[in-house]
Ligand binder design. Structure first.
Ligand code: GLY
Length: 342
């Protein structure tokens, strides 16, 4: 078993432990622990869970109503601030549970047990919590890191293939931000990665966690460096929201990375050869970089809600080449040119 990884995010510590078999509570269960699942993760991992809250699955349920369900259960079971909520699931369950923990009595304890690739390598680590509001993704939330993340890579075998593959978008993103070795692995070991070779996958998950953890330790509140983690997300969130969340987050981010490369190329920033190589890699992993049925003006409007906006102006994470990333204000016309060419 791997050694746990420990990070300091703001004033809080997060301990990431790796398990061969999923242990939801890690020995921390008391009668005042509430464990949050969605229907899918409860069916898979919820046997014998004490005080379960079972939410409806899916991004459509990342709402106040779900937060209320968690808070109601916490009140009913008499949780105090030093008691624990545990979230077992993908990004939606994790974000909801940690958000509820951040506001329950102004903050109780929270552990997360991510069960999807996207949650293991991105969503569960670093303390971003929240809910969607109307069409807007993660519009309400807080920075509130979990005390413990318990990761069992073998549970990924329970994921539908399209869910697993979508998670690889965040792995590719992490490599592009500056891990040449991970990038080389993604290029040379595609077949093994797609069929979830366990040894390879465990190494990849740990690598992504280390990279993200270091970035978030430097800039917990996202006032600088952390913004690069949003590569592809300004475009991606807009597509996700406009599709009524029919597009999976990872698929939308992969499309968004493609658009960010195109924008960077048009601006003379991104190396053309690099842009082509990354687009080819994304396609090789089954991501769609061309879409139909969406109006550029609608996507642009959806982008206006992006949280990286400063003084009302949109900012984009763009790359010159592998590991050379900048966050820039871009003129509306340049963004629209990319969207019109979709
Ligand atoms: N998912 C991007 C971040 O945690 O900052």
């Amino acid at each position: 078993m791997k050694e746990p990884l420990c990070f300091t995010f703001g004033t809080r510590q997060t301990r990431v432990s790796f398990q061969d078999r999923l242990d939801v509570a890690g020995g921390r269960l008391t009668e005042r622990t509430v464990t949050v699942f969605d229907q899918t993760t409860h069916d898979l991992f919820g046997q014998g869970a004490l005080n379960p809250v079972i939410l409806k699955p899916g991004e459509q349920n990342k709402t106040w109503t779900s937060v209320e369900r968690i808070v109601e259960a916490a009140l009913q079971k008499g949780l105090s601030r030093d008691d624990l909520l545990i979230g077992v699931g993908g990004g939606v369950v994790g974000d909801l549970t940690a958000f509820a923990a951040s506001i329950y009595m102004r903050g109780c304890r929270v552990d997360l047990v991510p069960t999807t690739l996207i949650a293991m390598v991105d969503a569960a680590l670093g303390g971003k919590t929240g809910i969607d509001f109307g069409r807007y993704k993660n519009m309400i939330g807080s920075f509130y890191p979990a005390e413990n993340l318990r990761i069992s890579v073998p549970v990924l075998a329970s994921l539908p293939m399209d869910e697993y593959r979508a998670g690889l978008a965040e792995v590719i993103k992490t490599a592009l931000l500056g891990d040449a070795e991970l990038y080389a692995l993604l290029r040379s070991k595609k077949e093994q990665i797609l069929r979830q070779d366990q040894t390879l996958l465990e190494g990849i998950v740990e690598r992504c966690i280390r990279i993200k953890g270091q970035i978030v330790e430097e800039d917990f509140n996202e006032s600088g460096k952390r913004e690069i983690l949003n590569l592809g997300h300004t475009f991606g969130h807009a597509l996700e929201a406009l599709s009524g969340f029919a597009w999976k987050h990872g698929d939308a981010v992969a499309w968004g990375i493609g658009r960010a490369l195109e924008l960077g190329t048009n601006l003379g920033l991104t190396d053309k050869h690099y842009a082509r190589e990354i687009s080819d890699l994304l396609r090789a992993y089954g991501f769609t970089l061309e879409i139909r049925g969406y109006e550029a003006a609608d996507l642009f409007q959806a982008m206006r809600a992006d949280k990286k906006k400063r003084s009302g102006r949109l900012r984009f994470v763009l790359q010159r080449s592998l590991g050379v990333t900048e966050v820039l204000v871009v003129e509306d016309g340049d963004v629209l040119e990319v969207l019109n060419g979709m």
